[in-house]
Design a protein around this ligand. Structure first.
Ligand SMILES: [Zn+2]
Length: 385
């Protein structure tokens, strides 16, 4: 198995810049050494990568994606953008199994954790998502409206929500819920969920809602990039992130769905992230990217999401980086990753420049490692099956 030494590199260890010039040694898929000086006992079978002028980050984690039946493409593309782990929050069981098998067998794709099918009720969310994906003869022809009028979708009763959360906790798994407005968010927090995996679109957060978050101990996965697409916002910043793409991929990222109603706004989400961060509630980075979704590009959208946290929600670049590394790993209970420390998985991203000062450079990716294996052509590499 590969042994690598990344030399003279600035190190963001997941919490802070711990070294301005470090030597990071990896072997057998694990970080085995971090030193200020070049290790003296290096053997011959080691590849050295100069990290001069670069910053080494823990592999990034996307806390909300859907890979559906396109695991090879989604997980390969995620890794190419430095996203070494994705959390798949609703998928068909056979597709999720296949994705997990792929991630176990190969290091040139991102790791995946999946909730498999989400729990719902008759005529409840995500019925409209199923309809949008369904090309069978039973297709009803009903339109795909991500944020439908209340009467179109049923909301589970509090007893159902509480029972689901209790059942999840009995099995020692996290209970996470999709909610995009005040009443739904209050309800799922009251039911005891561990996380809310979208942000508000109806109105800026009330002090009661921020207090409810704080009291519950839940974290939030804002998915501002999907809200931007659904509300038609951020066309300019999206276009900048699409710069390195070409053809249909570029077209797709520059497009947006505009599923939201005109009364809904991304500003509510920006205000929510700002207020929750100020209140000390954990923000965990996630995009809701899925194959072909307009205004999103799996992997790359995570960099846009971080950029929005800094430029729209007032986070420092360092705080933003924590949402996709150490904080994310802690909240998803992935204690083997999210930090650069001896004994942790060698899931790493090397970027040119200093993203702890300028979040805009996170896409300057010069190296990606998963389980200690270096990806050959990260970032804008053409995808191969
Ligand atoms: Zn989703």
């Amino acid at each position: 198995m590969a042994r690598h030494l990344i030399s003279s590199v600035r190190l963001f260890d997941g919490d802070s810049v711990s070294h301005e010039s470090a030597y990071v040694e990896i072997a057998e898929g694990i970080i085995i050494g971090i030193t200020d000086e070049r290790p003296a006992d290096l053997r011959g079978d080691l590849t050295e990568i100069s990290g001069a002028g670069c910053t080494l980050l823990p592999g990034l984690i996307d806390g909300h994606v859907h890979v559906y039946n396109q695991a090879r493409e989604c997980l390969g593309q995620s890794l190419a953008y430095g996203v070494t782990t994705v959390i798949d929050l609703h998928n068909e069981a056979p597709w999720a199994e296949e994705a997990k098998r792929l991630a176990r067998e190969r290091n040139d794709v991102a790791d995946i954790l999946s909730s498999f099918n989400s729990a719902t009720i008759p005529r409840g969310w995500p019925r409209n998502v199923f309809l949008s994906l369904d090309s069978s003869d039973e297709e009803t022809g009903e339109g795909f409206n991500l944020v439908p009028e209340e009467e179109l979708l049923n909301t589970p009763s509090m007893i159902v929500q509480q029972t689901l959360v209790e059942s999840a906790h009995r099995h020692s798994v996290l209970a996470v819920a999709h909610a995009m407005n005040h009443s739904d968010t209050h309800a799922v927090l009251q039911a005891g969920v561990d996380a809310v995996v979208h942000s508000l679109m109806d109105k800026p957060p009330t002090t009661e809602l921020i207090a409810a978050f704080k009291d519950s101990g839940a974290f939030v996965v804002p998915t501002l990039t999907v809200t931007a697409s659904n509300t038609g916002a951020e066309a300019e910043s999206r276009a900048r992130f699409a710069d390195g793409l070409a053809g249909l991929q570029k077209e797709n990222l520059c497009a947006c769905t505009r599923y939201a109603r005109t009364s809904q706004s991304i500003q509510a989400g920006y205000d929510q992230v700002r207020a929750l961060q100020a209140a000390g509630v954990d923000i965990v980075c996630g995009t809701d990217a899925s194959p072909g979704f307009a205004g999103m590009h799996i992997g790359l959208s995570l960099h846009h999401e971080l950029w929005l946290y800094v430029h729209r929600c007032g986070m420092s670049p360092m705080e933003a980086l924590k949402t996709t590394t150490s904080v994310s790993a802690r909240r998803w209970r992935l204690l083997d990753r999210g930090q650069i420390a001896v004994g942790k998985k060698a899931d790493l991203v090397l970027v040119r420049g200093d993203p702890t000062k300028d979040i805009g450079v996170t896409t300057n990716i010069v190296g990606v490692w998963r389980n200690g294996d270096r990806m050959l052509h990260p970032q804008y590499a053409p995808l191969t099956a």
